[in-house]
Design a protein around this ligand. Structure first.
Ligand code: ADE
Length: 254
């Protein structure tokens, strides 16, 4: 199956990194079909205007609904023309609008989105997109407003790059070694264990002896303990309340 990804932006060049590395290869391998659209192509005035002043006053500019309406309708029409089913709901295209006011994007959401046939990212700029675009788009898309975290970026492009990468690597076949997906941070609620490679000694620091022992049971136990300690030290919010408070078997001295 090929996953279709459309991105709508006023800065198509911002999305150029999607052509390289993992997502570039996934496109060449036919696992992802990606198209970036310039929102200004859906304007009809000489200045290709995409923003205007906010009703009710206030700072900044708001993205006008008409270009967004046309761009999203065009993408939805193309999807139907390509034969992507509009129903059942799970198979409708998913419209992702990145924004600091959205639900927090995480690995669970990435995993869910990696199952979809068609993702559309709408990159807002300025103070945001006219609210009616969200309401109107719900006729053709499952609409999700997603935030990378509690900070403000200048627009949705960087968030789209981050989310696309997190999602694409979970699409079957995109990463060669599927085991590497299982063992990483956030897949099972704990952070990753520390990793080492050659040389054994470097600038006075040595690789932990257990990793040289060849004893797979001891190595697995050590790695698990490291994951617990790291998670407790760096991200106690990820642990169940008793463990985060410092359960007896947890030596929180990382
Ligand atoms: N656009 C602006 N800030 C953002 C954020 N924190 N997450 C996603 N998109 C954004």
């Amino acid at each position: 199956m090929t996953v279709r990804i459309d991105v709508v932006t006023i800065f198509p060049d911002y999305l150029a990194p999607l052509g390289i590395s993992l997502i570039g290869k996934a496109q060449r391998d036919g696992r992802i079909e990606l198209q970036v659209h310039d929102l200004r192509e859906f304007t009809h005035d000489r200045h290709r205007t995409v923003d205007d002043t906010p009703y009710g006053g206030g700072a900044g500019m708001v993205m006008k609904p008409e270009p967004w309406g046309e761009a999203l309708e065009s993408i939805a029409r193309q999807a139907v023309a390509r034969g992507l089913p509009k129903t059942p709901a799970a198979r409708r295209p998913t419209l992702i609008i990145p924004g600091p006011g959205g639900e927090r994007f995480d690995q669970t959401i990435a995993r869910d989105l990696a199952q979809r046939d068609h993702l559309v990212f709408a990159c807002g700029r300025y103070e945001g997109i006219d609210e009616r675009v969200y309401e109107s788009a719900a006729a053709d898309f499952d609409v999700r407003i997603l935030s990378l975290g509690d900070y403000v970026l200048n627009g949705g492009e960087v968030a789209t790059l981050a989310m696309t990468e997190a999602i694409a690597r979970l699409i079957p076949g995109v990463i060669g070694n599927a085991q590497s997906l299982v063992e990483e941070s956030h897949e099972d609620g704990l952070l990753e264990y520390p990793v080492y490679t050659k040389p054994e000694h470097w600038r006075g620091f040595s690789v932990p002896e257990v990793l040289l022992s060849g004893d797979h049971g001891r190595i697995a136990a050590w790695r698990h303990e490291q994951r617990l300690q790291r998670t407790a030290a760096r991200r106690p919010d990820l642990l169940p309340p008793t463990a985060a408070a410092g359960a007896p078997d947890l030596d929180i001295t990382v």
